[in-house]
Design a protein around this ligand. Structure first.
Ligand code: DAH
Length: 353
């Protein structure tokens, strides 16, 4: 394998076999590492071509030129094959790497599925539309609230037992337990009253927080919509009629509401309101505990202390308020039996709505 120039080969093809053998080995190098080793072998310091070059001096002068030319050709052929194989192997390695690093985006192929608003956002928008259609305006307030807005002004003085109904998350801001994540949208009632003079017809949707472990019927972060009416001569009948009109406008013909006595510090009298069960349409089924009704939220006549807190004269103004959970209502409307589906962001679930 180490032909002295011309030895053991024809004069025209002294390197024929060496080159052919080299090209065969280059062609079968499986990857860049193998090619690297081969390059040292075929073109490195101890290779046949380098050895032959140092041996040229021993070649008789009249043959030296020809021998040198043949050697250069042989080396060029090997180098060229080496470079070509390197390019091919690099391309293969690049393709393999791209393939391995590729992200599978097929589940959200934009040509097939367009994005849309989240189910709860759609519900909030529809609720707003229904109330705007009834002459209400939409207002909002901050999610981080002070104790005063979330409790105090709503007639929950410090230490009031009804505060225990709310598993409040406090923020480390100001004096201890003075700033919190609002546990309901009712504080926005206070903000709206402070900023306006009656009459008020407003709804206030938004996010609320409670220290709750998520399960099929609870989320620590959920949505409510609050309603507030303040005007002269507003009665409990107005409240009942409004909720019934809303129920039919939102859920459809054949859906009704009913009120049951309850307690909230900021309303007097207070009630819980139920709607015709969406599953059995009032017949009575497992979902409604055979009553034909599903609980939707709370309501009542605005307590005089709440009016006093915002500087309204309770002798002059009357009003009602209501509040209910959007997530739970949405789940009921679509027959979703686990609220956690609303927040796990599974495209297969979300795209159904
Ligand atoms: N804020 C109450 C809650 O989250 C719900 C509620 C009850 C709102 C009665 C009201 C109301 O406006 O009048 O439990």
């Amino acid at each position: 394998m180490s032909p002295e120039a011309g030895a053991g080969a024809t004069a025209s093809e002294p390197w024929g076999e060496v080159v052919a053998d080299a090209l065969r080995r280059i062609g079968s190098a499986a990857d860049l590492d193998e090619l690297q080793v081969l390059e040292v072998d075929l073109l490195g310091r101890h290779s046949a071509v380098v050895a032959a070059r140092s041996g040229l001096g021993a070649v008789p002068a009249e043959q030296r030129r020809e021998a040198g030319r043949a050697l250069n050709q042989a080396r060029a052929a090997i180098e060229e094959a080496m470079a070509a194989r390197r390019r091919a192997l690099e391309e293969t390695a690049r393709a393999a790497r791209l393939d391995a690093e590729r992200m599978d985006l097929t589940e959200v192929r934009p040509s097939r599925r367009r994005g849309h608003l989240h189910l709860v956002t759609q519900a909030r928008d529809r609720l707003e539309d229904v109330f705007v259609g009834m002459g209400y305006r939409v207002a909002d307030g901050p999610e981080a609230e002070t104790d005063w807005y979330n409790f105090e002004a709503l007639n929950f003085p410090a230490g009031h037992p009804a505060r225990n109904m709310y598993d409040t998350l406090y923020l480390e801001l100001g004096p201890p337990e003075s700033v919190l994540l609002r546990t309901h949208t009712s504080p926005v009632q206070i903000r709206v009253m402070e900023a306006t003079t009656p009459p008020i017809y407003a709804v206030m949707p938004g996010r609320c927080y409670r220290q709750d472990t998520p399960d099929a019927s609870h989320l620590p972060n959920f949505h409510q919509i609050e309603g507030l009416v303040v005007d002269r001569g507003i009665s409990f009948a107005d409240l009942a009629g409004t909720l019934d009109a809303f129920t039919e406008a939102y859920f459809g013909a054949g859906f009704h509401s009913r009120l049951r006595p309850s307690y909230f510090p900021f309303t007097e009298p207070s009630a819980e309101f139920d709607i015709t069960c969406v599953f059995c349409r009032g017949e009575g089924c497992r979902s409604c505990g055979r009553t034909g009704w599903l609980e939707l939220g709370g309501c009542g006549m605005v307590h005089p202390n709440v009016f006093r807190a915002v500087g309204y004269d309770p002798e002059e103004w009357t009003g009602f308020a209501f509040g209910f959970g959007i997530d739970r209502m949405t789940a009921q409307r679509h027959g979703i039996d686990d609220l956690r589906e609303l927040v796990t962001n599974d495209v297969r679930f979300l795209q159904q709505f």
